[in-house]
Ligand binder design. Sequence first.
Ligand SMILES: [Zn+2]
Length: 158
Amino acid sequence: MVDRFTQQTRSRMMSAIRGKDTKPELIVRRILRELSVGYRLHRKDLPGRPDISMSGRRKIIEVRGCFWHRHPGCRFAYEPKSRQDFWQQKFASNVERDKRNDRALRDQGWQTLTVWECETAQVTSLQERIAEFIEVGGHSASGKGRNYPREADETPAG
Ligand SMILES: [Zn+2]
């Protein structure tokens, strides 16, 4: 597999995880900036105000907390011991809303990728998944990205 990130970039990302920018969304945004991908945050005109949208590519990345959004099989998606009825209702409504939004986005022609909070601890594999999803760099040996027209309304990368 081609290593698209320099050692310097990677160590910067790793230190970010240990350091202050620990929020999963920030980690994903940093990866996108490294890939020179423009994006917008929480667009109000899209179902569920998706975390990150790339209108030129018609792609969405949702960054979800394992506990609140019930990452299947994840150790962070544990069941609290008290007030079980409350939690089960809360979880069920979160999961249902996520599904509904995903479906609505797909119906409008968007491709969606869910990044779980726990996955942002493994930056290397997350980088690969995101690059593959947005088709930056592709599988070419040069690692050079395809050229996509940049939407006027997208935030310039960097
Ligand atoms: Zn998880």
